[in-house]
Write a protein of this length. Sequence first.
Length: 738
Amino acid sequence: MGGLVARMTDREWKRLLESRIVKFRPHRFSSAAPRDLRQILSAQASGQPIIFENGAFVKEPVSHTLRYERLAGFFSESVIKTRELIERCYVYLRSILRIDPRILRTRAPSLAVFLGIALLTLSVFPLLQGFENKRLASSQVMGAATEAFEDLQSGGVSMLNADYATAHTDLSRAYDGFSQAVESLQGLGSLINAMPQTEEGRTLLLAGQDATLALQYLSAGMDNFQSLRLGPSGLVSETDRSPDLIAGLQNFQEALKYLTSLKSELQSVRLDSIPQEYRDRVASMTQMLDKLTPGISELIKLHELLIGFLEGDKTYLMLFQNSRELRATGGFIGTYGIISLHQGQIANLKIESVYNPDGQLKDRIVPPLPLQQYLTTQWGLRDSNWFFDFPQSAREAADFLDREVGQKVDGVMAFTPALFERLMQLVGPIAMPEYGEVLTAENFTDVVQYRTSVAYDRVLNQPKKFLADFAPRLLLRLNGLTSDGWLQFLDIIVQSLQRKDILLTSFSPDVQGKFSELRWTGAVREAPSDYLAIVDSNVGAGKTDQNISEDITLESQIQSDGSVDHRLHIHLTYRKGSEKLFPVNKTYARVYVPKGSYVLSAVGFDALPHPAANSGILDPQVALLESNMEQHEGNVFVSEESGKTVFAGWIIMTPDTARDLLLVYRTPKIALKSGDLWSYSMLFQRQPGGRGRTYHANIQLPAVASVLKTYPDAVATDGSLRFEGTQDFDTAWGAVYQ
């Protein structure tokens, strides 16, 4: 094998010198000086062990052969570190991924590498694109493949619903695939030894070096990410120093570079030149790289996103939405905050009542008509989240903040109480002795609502001081999380983003684009076929929506021309709760459907015409919305918003009553046709902070149509398909037929 080293070209040696390839001892590695590289590799190739004294390379008579497995790097410190990381994540993986514990305890060396990689690429940041791509983006409600008819033309369809059970199943299958591929990758060292001194042999030697360096950089990136914490001063490392996000980004970029090079080298090797017993391993390595490199690419994007969101000096508006008084993007904004960051560190944090800035608004801004009906003739920050499309509502909120207090912001974040309830489950009870309270996950919403709305110092007149005092204590608890706790915290954040209990908007186009790719913005989504969103806005001031449940039945008749007739039945049940001041629930309900749809009939909405418009400054977006609004029979208002047709109406309910609504409408030709095949899908988008909602969907196909594929799985009975569930996330269903 020594000839392989001697015959390496200048280009190849230059590449190795630039990469500063690691030098190996039986269980450790450190950076090798470039001048030692040729000696190191020559010694390894000739079977001599490698000895370093005072940082210099020396030779020692050989007593055993140090094989090329060392060069391939699979007994390096990076593997040991990864295994230690996985041991810390063991409980987390079992609980989140529901993996049989026996799986986690087998084939330890290879599984340690595999789980370390999989944890970051598919779990830690889903959990990032892992969940999003598997659960939403991969499908995007029937998926990009459906839009392009790629799957449709082959008689299949890519449909993936938004549920965790499916995501867990997909992750488990992906893990199995990674495990087998990484086990194959570990055999690279013995393959190098078995190769003759040929071009393929030299290529595999370089491949081994690239694999070593990729794992080294990946391990360093994992360590960097693993050390992050959220403390009272902001994002910090475990040692309370400012986190080096750029170093983490560079580590993952380097890992991707070497994995890409490794893939190219393996693809250039002729399989017929490799001993028969190693060919399957090379194929497995290539398959592993096909799965691993996209995951690392997503980690790079997420680091870039985090850097873009935090770098420099940034100021963000925070909206605390009370989902018990439901509004389009999650709830009434009773509390707001302004957080100023310097390189990810909190420079200033203010949390106070939204009425403080609203009281300083000198301009008279005309609110949307439904708000004028019961609440106010003066629009302000507290009611700015009127639009279901959160980026649009976020701009309204930022504009009001600027008008009211002259504060410009770089973006807007919105939260519902569900996020803090999950965080309280993680950190445990937090004592607030000056208020005589101990906050828990179970009492958080009730206590905060009481302390900020009823039991506050009327002389001091700072009703939101309770939240301002709570925030640093929560951050302090989060800073003290263990490694397991940190991973659970990340899972809570991702769950909350997916459930829309956190909404993010950045006014940087680049950052906002990345948020949009991850579906973290709460934007109204585009759908390749049919679309439905039911959005409730409580304008009666009462905290009553937690006591109202909704059961949705949608009967859909697909016509032969591709249009669809829908019968949407909404059954509402209002159980009496604790609200005493404003117990009557006054909801302005909006139903978003494909643009061009029209009402056939409506029953059950209350007769409550919009009031006459007030004088004042007209908001351009509100003026546009109301300029095309028409009132139809059945007390329904029809307009266009965010690229959808909107049917709206009033629902007034008293405690311990029920209500049934029926809306019959027809869509344009939205069933998609390609050759003899048809595809129909429905995207049912969830309202942030929405009420408990169950749904039952029944699709009636055209006469003599035969079903080829459905998602979720469903049995066609007399040309009819049925889907049902609970809407915790955006939901999709559909079929391919001919």
